[in-house]
Ligand binder design. Structure first.
Ligand code: PPS
Length: 313
């Protein structure tokens, strides 16, 4: 009954969207969301050893996709496009099911979904990046991919008013923050990945149940570096690119350099929501520092992982 109603609603909206209303962004997003819900609820089945790489846009998704594939394949560069081997599940529909089914376990998927919307019953690597750097990276993404013509100030306004397709950064991060200690969640930051890439690769291997050949680690580190990935740009670009590079700078601190005091202040309320919650969840201040974009210096964040592995069997 629910399914028939959902199908009926989607069909009606589809007809509207293909007409004049199709030009309306919100209707289009709603339609995409409904399509995805239908796919997730009735067709796509997770396996317990699936690993979803989940992020708010521009937080290191592609980088983590490459780390996952390098681990799974033992350093193979024999792939045409990263989404062939680590599919972007939010964009998949029924036609992709045979391809998804055929992937060898552990399957890795990319997603930008909130905790509530992601398919349940799997493992999840969540990567968070500080909002100022996300804002700058997302701005260049809009110039490159979305035909955006405004300045950084216009874009920041769009971001805080939740007019980008990523929605609210705070809401996204908060939905995952609450579950960061769950046995099937590995919560990482872009900045700690940058501070310790070999350590990150080890953590992802352990969490994903992949035996890491330590002798191969230097090769994997090299192939996951921003310089190396830039050389393979076409394999990471979502194929919409018209101007500039998708693997852009890969640096931390651009937000502080590119955003003036007014723009930084405009992002402050969004950031503060997350920092306030982090302070409640972790009185030591470590989580708050992580969310501010400071990499941990003592590796304390890794301590919980052996336990996670035991619980996962
Ligand atoms: S997307 O479109 O949401 O999937 O973008 P996403 O991949 O999440 O984020 C893109 C940013 O990640 C940077 N990147 C890297 N940083 C460090 N090391 C490596 N290997 C790497 N690969 C990609 C990419 O350059 C984007 O950040 P900015 O700040 O724009 O350079």
């Amino acid at each position: 009954m629910h399914r028939r109603l959902l199908d009926y609603g989607i069909t009606v909206l589809g007809l509207l969207a293909s007409g004049v209303w199709g030009l309306m962004g919100p209707l289009h997003s709603l339609l995409m969301r409904l399509r995805w819900k239908r796919f997730r609820m009735y067709q796509f089945k997770t396996r317990p050893d699936d690993v979803f790489i989940v992020t708010y846009p521009k937080s290191g998704t592609t980088w983590m996709q490459m780390i996952a594939w390098q681990l799974k394949s033992g350093g193979s560069l024999d792939f045409r496009h990263i989404e062939d081997v680590v599919p972007f599940i939010d964009r998949c529909g029924p036609a992709e099911l045979p391809r998804l089914e055929a992937l060898e376990s552990p399957r890795f998927f990319k997603s930008h979904l909130s905790y509530e919307d992601v398919p349940p019953g799997a493992r999840y690597i969540y990567v968070v990046r500080n909002l100022k750097d996300v804002a700058v990276s997302y701005y260049y993404h809009h110039l490159l991919m979305e035909d955006f013509r405004g300045g950084l100030d216009v874009f920041v306004k769009m971001l805080v008013n939740r007019r980008t397709n990523g929605g609210s950064w705070a809401r996204h991060v908060l939905s995952w923050l609450e579950h960061r200690n769950a046995p099937n969640v590995l919560f990482l930051s872009y900045e700690e990945m940058q501070a310790d890439l070999p350590g990150t690769i080890r953590r992802v291997a352990q969490f994903s149940g992949i035996a890491l050949d330590e002798e191969r680690l230097p090769l994997l580190v090299e192939q996951c570096s921003v310089a190396f990935m830039k050389k393979l740009e076409a394999r990471f670009d979502p194929r919409l690119s018209r101007r500039g590079n998708f693997v852009r700078k890969g640096e931390t601190g651009e937000g502080l350099r590119e955003l003036d005091a007014t723009l930084q202040a405009a992002l402050a309320a969004e950031e503060q929501q997350v920092l306030d919650r982090a302070r409640v969840l972790d009185s030591s201040g470590a989580l708050e520092r992580l969310l501010r974009g400071e990499a941990p210096t003592n590796g304390a964040a890794t301590e919980a992982e052996p336990q996670k592995q035991q619980k996962m069997g």
